[in-house]
Design a protein around this ligand. Structure first.
Ligand code: ZN
Length: 216
């Protein structure tokens, strides 16, 4: 049972986390421009185990650009993203995923959908999907019911919140999503960019709400 993070060489990459129990889950893929580095890092972390599941927290290219290479290389049997962000990935839509802005190709990928409350139980970790629209309409966070870890994607960071001005973003929805996250008892906090912290995660949610002008 473990949560590890890929060493990143490229500024554009999202954070990439490997969650290991009886099965393994990779959360986000990075942008994939320096694929060899990510490939080597994921392979090292897997340490001979198979990659069973890939979960993409949302459609943005810095989180999904490397997904097709990971799928091809490691062959996870299941690939998931949030309901509202699945279709652009299936279509290889470079506009709303920001592939055009980042200057990368996006081949269509076969993704399943995770809805509110869906559980990915890998033995030792039980990841519950929480629908958190605001940064994108289909953004999800993953809450580990066993350890209290929250994987927050680009919804909220240490010292920051996700942008709401990109395609399908919505500030009111982001506030509601942060309020929803704040009902959880969060231990480790693992955002899509910047530092992760091993405990006391709720403070980053309340800080995010304050940044959105919510009095709490
Ligand atoms: Zn994003």
């Amino acid at each position: 049972m473990a949560i590890e993070q890929v060493d990143l060489a490229q500024l554009f990459d999202s954070n990439i986390y490997l969650v290991s129990g009886d099965r393994t889950v990779l959360i986000d893929s990075g942008i994939g421009f320096q694929w060899e580095d990510i490939n080597a890092s994921v392979r090292k972390m897997l340490n001979g185990r198979k990659l069973d599941i890939l979960i993409l927290t949302h459609r943005h290219y810095d989180h999904v650009g490397g997904a097709n290479a990971i799928i091809k290389e490691f062959g996870p049997s299941e690939v998931y993203t949030g309901k509202g962000d699945a279709e652009p990935l299936r279509k290889g839509d470079r506009a709303s995923t920001l592939g055009e802005r980042f200057g990368g190709a996006l081949e269509p990928m076969d993704v399943k959908e995770l809805g509110e409350g869906d559980i990915i139980d890998i033995g030792g970790h039980r990841l519950r999907a929480i629908a958190t629209p605001g940064h994108t309409i289909g953004s999800i966070c993953l809450f580990d019911e066993v350890t209290g870890a929250l994987f927050s994607g680009d919804t909220v960071f240490v010292g920051g919140i996700g942008r709401c001005d990109l395609p399908t973003g919505n500030a009111d929805q982001l506030i509601d999503s942060l309020k929803k996250l704040n009902t959880l008892k969060i231990n480790g906090f693992y955002p899509g960019h910047g530092p992760a912290v091993p405990k006391g995660g709720n403070v980053h949610i309340t800080n995010g709400l304050r940044m959105m002008g919510v009095r709490i």
